[in-house]
Design a binder for this molecule. Structure first.
Ligand code: F6R
Length: 244
């Protein structure tokens, strides 16, 4: 795992956007795995800026949503589908029809997950997967468990995750389940960047970077990925530095 430290969130976002842009410029048909959440938001804004100011085009890019809250329709304002149409398709020329999502209302979840995996395979696999890091150590919504879930599936969210997500649902009911790419799906991506910001992620990031590789800290498996770069600000890396 390669670690890049930045001074702050803004610089982390800029660096991540520069990386994504460089990949898209060198391969206009890039297949992207797309995280939502507060961490990559500014990065997506920078992608929009690159499109407007330098004409970096996302027209031929294909995107796969990393995860989605179970039970939310695509139209729900807090769905990750809405997030990506707002931040990626809204800011660039990324085509909404090129965005593949796990349908969180599918009557047959198993079938939906299998078809999603098939679509990734047909696209030739994910070239670049963008990840955030959950407080529980989750990537996608793969929560701590007895084993690393291999394929896309539906998962019960940990209480800590439900609490962390509550801020997006202002008083409304917070989803307790989600559909997510499996850890195996994520690990098959040719390249991964994980963005981490803020001191509240410092403890878990330390475990991810140099703790034991265990399904109790799902992101720790990234230690075994050949092309994984963690772009983190100095607050997020503070606990890691203390132990060095
Ligand atoms: C979102 C996702 C999650 C988040 C994680 C961190 O698509 O897959 O793993 O990346 O929960 O969320 P934020 O960035 O809101 O702290």
């Amino acid at each position: 795992m390669k670690i890049i430290e930045t001074d702050n969130y803004e610089e982390m976002s800029r660096l991540a956007a520069d990386h994504v842009e460089a990949e898209v410029v060198s391969c206009p048909h890039l297949v992207l795995g797309l995280a939502a959440g507060s961490t990559p938001r500014r990065m997506y804004e920078f992608l929009g800026q690159g499109y407007r100011e330098r004409g970096v085009s996302y027209r031929a890019v294909q995107g796969f949503n990393l995860d989605e809250y179970y039970g939310l329709s695509k139209e729900h304002p807090q769905s990750f589908y809405q997030y990506l149409t707002r931040y990626l398709a809204g800011g660039t020329d990324f085509q909404e029809e090129n965005l593949q999502v796990l349908d969180a209302l599918a009557p047959d979840i198993g079938k939906e997950c299998r078809e999603f995996e098939k679509k990734i395979e047909l696209a030739g696999g994910i070239d670049l997967q963008i990840l955030g890091l959950g407080n529980t150590g989750h990537i996608g919504f793969n929560e701590p468990d007895a084993a690393f879930p291999r394929h896309s599936h539906c998962v019960k969210l940990k209480e800590e995750t439900v609490k962390a997500n509550a801020k997006y649902f202002s008083g409304g009911e917070v989803p307790r389940y989600a559909m997510t790419m499996g850890v195996g799906t994520i690990m098959q991506a040719r390249q991964i960047i994980m963005l981490v910001s803020g001191k509240e992620k410092a403890g878990i990031l330390k475990k991810v970077l140099c703790g034991q590789v265990t399904p109790q800290v799902p992101a720790s498996i990234l230690q075994f990925h050949r092309e994984c770069t963690v772009i983190a600000d100095s607050e997020a890396l503070s606990a890691y530095h203390q132990m060095l």
